[in-house]
Design a protein. Structure first.
Length: 366
């Protein structure tokens, strides 16, 4: 009995140990990164659930990580890699690779054994040991790679055989509008552009790569790595700003030289003196001349006028006879001839009028 009990206890202990190891391996397999530092707020989503991240939390595999505006999240995986995600970033962890969906990601690799990659929607950046900043703009579809240390391979995700080798101090980008979607050849980055990009991150070694060019490039070569401001501020109600018109000073100077001889300066106007009479001078004034008395103004009598009485309507005012006009001999002779040329005589006209009145009386009586 004692032997059987000992055998059972030993087998149970072995089973528990195997189960514990299996659980540890399973947990290690599901967690792909650990949060080292966090400023601001960050979240991750996996299997439809969203949780906030804190220092020391483990990031599950195939989870998507988000950072708020102005935040910064630093993580480490189990392959000697560090990932620094700037504000407004969106990152997803895959198997031995990460996919940057939006924002800026600073990658630091400290191993030479395996090849890892950082993907975007249209680019693939492969590396072993080195340090670089990868960015992707979801609105324009532009991917960028800035190599700070080491040597990276940069290619389009749909044609990886046509890759470009980007070395320390160079950058490249991929857009649909330029080079038909293929990566641009490595271009040395300027000192100002480099400082503008690294200003998005805090508490990271921001020393410039060796061989960084400080002098000005040729005008035809663009050495700017597009980056937003370090602390973007969004104004919901921006005030309208007046745009000042551009002034061509060179043209103004030439016009001034041309019209300088023709300009006529205006003569200053002479000021006339006029007494102010502010202070009394106590000077005696004498007036000489004939003295005249002022004329008296006529005053109207204040007698009230009698109101006019209105005549009744039945009383008709007598008409004033018009003055008789004297006809000259010519008019009198003309009237005489007119009467002689009448159609009927006066007796005939009288008879016609009587007949008309009789006819009218007959019609009314009938």
């Amino acid at each position: 009995m004692k032997k059987s009990y000992r055998n059972i206890s030993r087998s149970s202990l072995v089973t528990l140990a195997v189960a514990a190891l299996f659980c540890l391996e399973a947990s290690a397999a599901t967690a792909v990164a650990v949060v080292n530092s966090l400023s601001g707020r960050a979240f991750y989503t996996v299997d439809g659930s969203t949780k906030s991240l804190h220092v020391g939390d483990q990031v599950p595999a195939f989870s998507e990580v988000y950072t708020e505006v102005g935040a910064q999240l630093s993580m480490s995986d189990y392959y000697d890699h560090k990932y620094h995600l700037a504000g407004s970033g969106h990152l997803q962890f895959l198997s031995k690779s990460v996919q940057l969906k939006d924002g800026y990601l600073w990658v630091q690799s400290y191993q030479d054994n395996q090849t890892f990659s950082v993907q975007t929607a249209n680019s693939v950046s492969t590396f072993k040991r080195g340090e670089a900043i990868v960015s992707f703009d979801g609105a324009s579809g532009k991917s960028q790679l800035l190599v700070k240390k080491g040597q990276w391979q940069y290619a389009n995700s749909f044609s990886q055989e046509f890759s470009q080798t980007i070395v320390e101090g160079q950058f490249s980008f991929i857009t649909i509008e330029e080079t038909e979607g293929f990566p641009r050849a490595g271009t040395p980055i300027g000192y100002k552009s480099f400082n503008k990009v690294v200003a998005l991150f805090k508490n990271i070694d921001q020393s410039a790569p060796t061989g960084m060019q400080v002098e000005r490039n040729i005008a035809s070569v663009q050495d700017e790595f597009s980056a937003p401001s370090a602390a973007p501020v969004v104004d919901m109600n921006p005030a309208p700003t007046a745009v000042a018109p551009k002034v061509d000073t060179k043209m103004d100077q030439e016009l001034l030289k041309l019209y300088a001889p023709k300009l006529v300066t205006e003569k200053p106007k002479k000021k006339k003196w006029a007494p102010t009479y502010v202070k009394p001078s106590n000077v005696e004034i004498r007036i000489f001349g004939a003295s005249q008395k002022p004329k008296m103004k006529k005053t109207m009598s204040a007698t009230a006028k009698a109101p006019k009485q209105r005549a009744p309507a039945s009383v008709v005012a007598p008409k004033v006879a018009a003055p008789a006009l004297k006809n000259d001999p010519f008019e009198s002779q003309l009237m005489k001839e007119y009467k002689n040329q009448m159609r009927h005589s006066s007796e005939t006209n009288k008879l016609i009028n009587e007949l008309k009145s009789f006819d009218q009386d007959y019609v009314e009586g009938y």
